[in-house]
Design a protein around this ligand. Sequence first.
Ligand SMILES: Cc1cc2nc3c(=O)[nH]c(=O)nc-3n(C[C@H](O)[C@H](O)[C@H](O)COP(=O)(O)O)c2cc1C
Length: 234
Amino acid sequence: MCGEREWGGAGGERAAGCGEKKPGSPYRVHPKSFWYYVRCALFLRPRAANLELHGKPTRQKGEVQMPIETGSFRSIFGTLPTPVAVITAVDGEGNQRGLTTNTVTALSMEPPMLLVCLDESSTTLPAILDSRFFVVNFLADSGAGISQTFAGKADDKFAGLTQRPAARAGGAPVLADDVVAHAECEVHSTLRAGDHTIVIGTVRDGAVHDRAPLMYHRRQYFRWSPPELAAIGD
Ligand SMILES: Cc1cc2nc3c(=O)[nH]c(=O)nc-3n(C[C@H](O)[C@H](O)[C@H](O)COP(=O)(O)O)c2cc1C
């Protein structure tokens, strides 16, 4: 259709010209007819005003669609400070597994649920899927070293850590000395998306501690320091 734009793919935006013949289209009008100009005015107007056109996104003048690279994608999310958590589970052979994440999100209040996004290559993911239980350990600001350890692939990630088995999460490790809070979860459902699996957990138990959280921003760890924050709004 006149002025309609197609999106997606490495080729980016394509515009079909007014009066351009589409195979089998009964609506083709001659480029010099009255109806040709009416049709162009009708369909080009929303494009000029940067409005939505037939539910498809429009862009600012001069903005170019580019296929996004992994580095740019990481940079987008690197601009957003997040808390850091270690997800723990026990696999079918009784081995403790765990990884660092910053993709934990609260999902539902009734019943209490959360979700986390795990890479398909994670060795912790099969342990969670097999046992159907996991613990989200939200790290305190003492936990930068723990986060680094669990972001790696060592076999002995739990060495030297104080831990106890979660009563409501199949014995998955709770890192009680190094967390601001923890949540004991039972797997509710999973969804594969891209190279990750979204794991949705029903929260069965948990606890909070009077400690400051560990923060991650632009690939660095930070201590949360509320007095330096300036509140905005009322
Ligand atoms: C701050 C931070 C956040 C991370 N977030 C995630 C995440 O949300 N999901 C994920 O699969 N990996 C994440 N990772 C990478 C994993 O921790 C890393 O791949 C780890 O080696 C996986 O361990 P595993 O294979 O033993 O499970 C993160 C790493 C860091 C440092």
